[in-house]
Design a protein around this ligand. Structure first.
Ligand code: ZN
Length: 98
C-alpha cells in the first residue's frame, strides 16, 4: 500500500464530507490534490472512488446534492449538477471504465 495512495484516499473521503457540508469549492481542491497524489505515486484509487468525482469540475459527486442519477434503457446516467457533466454506465455486463 503506497503512502501517496493512502493520502489520496483520505482526501477523497474528506472531500465528500466537505461537499456534504456545503464546502464545494474546498472539496474540489481536495479532489484535485488527491489526483495529484495519484499521478505522483502512479497509483490507482479504488474503482468506487474513481467514479465518485466529476471529471470536469472535480466536485465530489454526492447524490441529491451535486449529482443526479437516472436510469434509462438499462443505462445509468449520472450528471454533475454543478457543471452538467454527464456519464453513462451500462447496467448489464461488466464494463471496465476508469
Ligand atoms: Zn462537474
Amino acid at each position: 500500500m503506497s503512502e501517496l495512495r493512502e493520502r489520496a484516499e483520505e482526501l477523497m473521503v474528506e472531500a465528500v464530507k466537505l461537499a456534504r457540508s456545503g464546502e464545494v469549492e474546498l472539496s474540489r481542491k481536495y479532489v484535485r490534490l488527491a489526483l495529484t497524489y495519484v499521478a505522483k505515486g502512479r497509483v490507482r484509487l479504488p474503482r468506487e472512488m474513481r467514479r465518485s468525482y466529476c471529471r470536469r469540475c472535480f466536485s465530489p459527486l454526492v447524490l441529491g446534492l451535486t449529482e443526479s442519477r437516472r436510469v434509462k434503457r438499462k443505462t445509468l446516467i449520472r450528471r454533475c449538477l454543478l457543471c452538467g457533466w454527464v456519464r453513462r454506465y451500462r447496467l448489464r455486463g461488466q464494463t471496465e471504465e476508469s
